[in-house]
Design a protein around this ligand. Sequence first.
Ligand SMILES: [Zn+2]
Length: 76
Amino acid sequence: MTASDWNKIAKMLESKPVVKQKFLKHCKPKERTTGIAKNKCERCGRFGSHIKSYGLNLCRHCFRETAVDIGFKKYS
Ligand SMILES: [Zn+2]
């Protein structure tokens, strides 16, 4: 079972309480304090190439798609 976010799997297992308990005990990802897995894109959920500046919390792909709407202007 794969999903971009473990919360989706936990929600899917609402009808199976015992399986959900086992999932939460053994398969839930750890709460990270440091490292690449701490920062996640708010729009798509990617871990890599994260932009924290100006409180954006987006990956570079989502930033490229939404930059003009947010108010960034390309000068070159
Ligand atoms: Zn993204």
